[in-house]
Design a protein around this ligand. Structure first.
Ligand SMILES: [Zn+2]
Ligand SMILES: [Zn+2]
Length: 144
């Protein structure tokens, strides 16, 4: 089984070398709301070498303090597909909604819930944090 996804116009496609759909998290921060144009961002964390992307990818770097987020997006329709960050080299942050099977994903954690839209209720038992989560709690949920 291969896990695949791509942008809205299909010019950029990717395959993930993993054998099941990855767990995802929701980030409710203002930046994610603005950037996604939506309620929250839904993302998966994967080793960067597991991502095989093809097509006209373009890049956008955003530096905040001492860290730079290196975004990959389709050069035609500008869908964001994933990014890496100098703070955590080697980890790809995938936009989970770009997966072909995005309707079958689980959200295993919610962060920045102090900024979430009020109608959205985090299901009981799903870990959530008011702001960012401590990596030692967060990464095992997402990366095993
Ligand atoms: Zn596209
Ligand atoms: Zn966010």
């Amino acid at each position: 089984m291969s896990i695949e996804g791509g942008c809205r116009c299909s010019a950029v496609r990717y395959t993930l070398s993993i054998d099941h759909l990855p767990p995802t998290y929701a980030c409710h921060c203002l930046d994610c709301q603005t950037w996604s144009g939506s309620t929250f961002s839904q993302q998966a964390l994967l080793p960067e070498e597991a991502v095989h992307i093809s097509g006209p990818v373009v890049f956008y770097d955003r530096t905040t303090g001492d860290r730079t987020s290196h975004q990959r997006m389709c050069g035609i329709c500008h869908t964001r597909l994933y990014n890496t960050n100098t703070r955590r080299p080697g980890i790809a942050v995938m936009r989970a909604g770009t997966l072909d099977d995005s309707d079958r994903l689980d959200v295993v954690a919610h962060i920045w819930v102090k900024r979430k839209q009020p109608w959205l209720i985090v299901p009981e038992g799903v870990p959530s944090w008011p702001e960012s989560a401590p990596p030692e709690d967060f990464l095992p949920l997402l990366m095993g």
